[in-house]
Design a protein around this ligand. Sequence first.
Ligand code: SF4
Length: 88
Amino acid sequence: MRIGADFATPMVGDDIAAHRTVPGMAHIAGTGPAGQRCRTCEAFELERGSSRAGRCGTFHAMGGRLPKSTSGLISSDTPACKHWRART
Ligand code: SF4
């Protein structure tokens, strides 16, 4: 018998998305429009070489602060949060 495996609750759908939330996001991953990702959000910095590349502008605009040990980098494939806005 494998210890613990039989008692684990499998994650599905929204649970998996929520567990992809990382420090530096404006809100919980997966709370945005279905199918959207941070890379399609206006607040996600795409410009290479920028000090904000791969980071969320909304998080910083809201005054979010991170511990020095945390980079604030967000995978572009992260499910969008409720602050998602379409790129214009
Ligand atoms: S969806 Fe947009 S506002 Fe939300 S964390 Fe990603 S980049 Fe930031």
